[in-house]
Design a protein around this ligand. Structure first.
Ligand SMILES: Cc1cc2nc3c(=O)[nH]c(=O)nc-3n(C[C@H](O)[C@H](O)[C@H](O)COP(=O)(O)OP(=O)(O)OC[C@H]3O[C@@H](n4cnc5c(N)ncnc54)[C@H](O)[C@@H]3O)c2cc1C
Ligand code: FES
Length: 315
């Protein structure tokens, strides 16, 4: 319910009333303003906007890099305005033009997409970017390497994944990022590392793995890639070749119908994980289970980095 004291948003000269409990995203969408959005939970950063005036609630800047915070950027889905705010779409330099250079299928359902950007993104392999179609639809994808390599699972009826599956080299997109803290830091080159995820959760893990090996990581690195069955695995030949080349790297493809649930398999292999570093990515339910299991195995919570691939919420 709106009251005389309810804050008012201003969007390019349009006043937008906030109802009690509204997020800025809800208020703007209700007013017919087409703000890109997907997860509505602060995970994808597609709803990034800039406050031109007014106090930005601290919670609305969760997960944003310092340079964006300093310029009063905020996530509209996390912003419950406490007073009037003037908001605007991201300015120049935050979303940059890019185009598709290559697309090939890694399995029945996973498409590898490569992009070229008009300027360097300055990312670390394992972080994610947010990709916008020309009509403004935005979705986030993890970056699997030094170049802008993405692994996109084709979702039946999925707006972006099906558009990408039909896209051609040269097709234009816009990208924003990088974001997220799933990336290799070479602080302790002997620390054991555990990388685990299912489906396209492999994308950031593959990026982190290649980065760690290239930077000369010497400690053991275990990569668990979970799938329901053989058809859900991909990049197996490349990963087996890397395991043969690097004695400190162990690749464990894990099939639910053969090996049981991924967290239990990891517990059987590594009952004690004290002193390890962990990365868990992909389906949000599996990420939560894995994170809990690593913690219960003795891994410090600050040593666990996670990216949950939250889907779009259609409400
Ligand atoms: C930080 C982050 C990183 C991500 N990284 C990747 C990545 O590297 N690779 C990747 O493939 N995806 C990744 N995602 C998910 C991605 O952003 C999209 O949500 C996904 O590609 C589906 O988009 P779509 O437009 O094709 O489907 P939508 O049109 O958004 O969805 C269509 C329908 O399918 C449902 N749906 C969406 N995703 C799934 C799913 N996984 N399983 C079952 N139902 C689903 C939706 O709820 C909806 O009902 C990431 C998400 C986040 C937040
Ligand atoms: S971060 Fe706001 S919609 Fe995803």
């Amino acid at each position: 319910m709106s009251s005389a004291n309810s804050p008012v948003l201003h969007w390019e000269d349009t006043p937008v009333p906030c109802l009690e409990g509204d997020t800025a995203l809800e208020a703007l969408l209700r007013a017919g303003i087409a703000i890109p959005h997907s997860c509505r939970a602060g995970a994808c950063q597609s709803c990034l906007v800039q406050a031109k005036s007014g106090a930005v609630p601290a919670a609305a800047q969760q997960g944003l890099k310092d340079s964006l915070r300093a310029q009063n950027y905020l996530l509209a889905c996390l912003c419950r305005p406490e007073q009037d705010l003037t908001l605007a779409p991201p300015g120049q330099g935050v979303r940059i033009p890019a185009f598709l250079t290559e697309a090939d299928w890694l399995s029945d359902s996973v498409l590898r997409v490569r992009l070229a950007a008009s300027e360097p993104l300055g990312h670390r392999p394992g972080q994610y970017l947010t990709l916008f179609r020309p009509d403004g639809l935005g979705r986030s994808y993890s970056i699997a390497g030094d170049d802008l390599e993405l692994h996109v699972r084709r979702i039946p009826g999925g707006a972006m994944s099906n558009w990408l599956a039909e896209a051609q080299p040269g097709d234009a997109v816009t990208i924003q990022g990088p974001a997220g803290d799933c990336f290799y830091t070479p602080g302790d080159p002997t620390q054991p590392m555990l990388l685990a995820g299912a489906g396209t959760g492999l994308a950031p893990l593959f990026g982190i793995l290649r980065d760690a090996l290239r930077q000369g990581h010497q400690g053991p690195i275990w990569l668990y890639h979970g799938a329901l069955n053989e058809r859900g695995l991909y990049l197996t030949t490349e990963l087996q070749a890397m395991a043969a080349e690097y004695p400190n790297f162990a690749y464990r493809p894990a099939l639910l119908d053969r090996d049981g649930p991924l967290p239990e398999l990891i517990s059987r292999d590594h009952p004690k994980l004290n002193g390890w570093r962990g990365f868990v990515c992909g389906d949000p339910t599996i990420v939560n289970m894995l994170r809990k299991r690593l913690f219960l195995g003795g891994m410090a919570s600050r040593a666990i980095s996670a990216d949950a691939f939250l889907p779009a919420t259609l409400k």
